[in-house]
Design a protein around this ligand. Structure first.
Ligand code: PLP
Length: 374
């Protein structure tokens, strides 16, 4: 194919300069232990698998329900709110992107210093590395405010004194429990932030089922707060891409205007509905993953690792005697994948997803061998 004529002029400058989000790798290597993308090691419930298989027939030729209405209704019942308070997305990532489009002005559209906050996408650092990418895609202004050195959340008073947090920012994301630190934030501290914040606040609760508390009630209490949830992690449905937001009906309606007509695929809707019919199965799997997480965290600590307290299905840990990137490489040689982020705050750590007990035992064995060799 001939090269594009004056190629750079055909592509918007914003897109040319953009650094796309880098997802964790998904290699197809036999015998691989994947502890790099926070997937659940346990399969969806048999009921969910049966429902998906039963739905995979000639009906695949039809469009799915455009608003995922049955799922919205079931989620509304589950969270004791109205279907108008729920929007379902093609993974929660889709809804996070829609939120930027719905609530944030591109920088170029904002006139006057007094309106600058209208184009601000704000988040703590470190947190989910998709947020800055979504801001860049939209031409928004990023405001990344550091967490405290132990990755805990600064109080409202500390944020006011620090002067970097914008209480008028158009959109703020808080990952709770946080990724990649794993730290959970108390609803009481989040509530103070919600009360102080003037712009939209999204509580990204992708990992909340592994935590001690959830803060979804804040989204039903404060009209400018949205809670983001996903079926990917705790409900073993990464493959199906189903996530949702809960919040004020007017915010939900605004997002609804922007989404693709058939944004949630039909089998995803079927799988998510069946998931909600089998919650005891999943609660047992959360308990199992939490027990494994606590065991692995204490075994690593005994080996001299610094392990952050986690309320998610992963742990952030810093190895003794070798660099995290070296530990990553040596694990990979043994067909074990973990995730390393090349950001200043977390460069000396690896984020390790909690796999099955057998996978985590193999991870521990490999880690001990690696430590002996340095
Ligand atoms: C904090 C956080 N939010 C949202 C997501 C996206 O999840 P989904 O699969 O629902 O798009 C992830 C996935 O890695 C995540 O870590």
């Amino acid at each position: 194919m001939p090269s594009l004529p004056k190629r750079n002029n055909l592509i918007r400058p914003l897109v040319r300069k953009l650094h796309a989000y880098v997802p964790g790798e998904q290699p197809k290597i036999k015998g691989l232990i994947k502890l790099n993308t926070n997937e659940n090691p346990y399969p969806p419930s048999p009921r969910v698998l049966r429902a998906v298989k039963a739905a995979a027939d000639g009906r695949l030729r039809l469009y799915p329900n455009p608003t995922a209405q049955a799922l919205r209704e079931k989620l509304a019942k589950f969270h004791r709110c109205a279907p108008e308070n729920v929007i379902v997305g093609n993974g929660s990532d889709e809804l996070l992107a829609l939120a930027v489009r719905a609530f944030v002005e591109p920088r170029s559209a904002v006139l006057g210093a007094q309106n600058e906050s209208r184009s601000v996408v704000q988040y703590f650092r470190p947190s989910y590395s998709l947020y800055p990418v979504l801001a860049d895609i939209h031409g928004a202004t990023k405001n990344a405010v550091p967490l405290k050195p132990d990755f805990s959340l600064p109080s409202v008073l500390e944020l006011k004194r620090g002067g970097r947090w914008d209480f008028r920012a158009a959109l703020s994301f808080i990952t709770t429990p946080n990724a990649p630190s794993g730290r959970g934030y108390a609803t009481s501290e989040l509530e103070q932030l919600c009360a102080a914040q003037k712009g939209i606040l999204i509580l990204d609760e992708a990992y909340v089922d592994f935590a001690e508390e959830d803060s979804l009630a804040l989204a039903l209490k404060h009209s400018h707060v949205l809670a983001s949830r996903t079926f990917s992690k705790a409900y073993s449905l990464c493959f199906q891409r189903v996530g949702y937001f809960v919040g004020h009906a007017e915010l939900i309606a605004a997002l609804d205007k922007l989404r693709d007509s058939y944004n949630v695929n039909g089998l995803g809707q079927v799988a998510a509905l069946a998931t909600l019919d089998d919650l005891p199965y999943y609660r047992a799997s959360f308990r199992r993953i939490i027990a494994t997480r606590e065991r692995i965290a204490s075994e690593l600590a005994e080996l001299g690792f610094a392990v952050l307290p986690s309320q998610a299905n992963f742990i952030l840990c810093r190895p003794p005697r070798l660099a995290a990137s070296e530990w990553l490489r040596k694990l990979r040689e043994r067909k074990i994948l973990a995730r390393w982020f090349d950001y200043p705050e977390v460069r000396s750590y690896l984020r390790v997803t909690i796999g099955s007990d057998a996978e985590m035992n193999a991870f521990l064995r490999a880690t001990k061998t690696i430590l002996r060799s340095v």
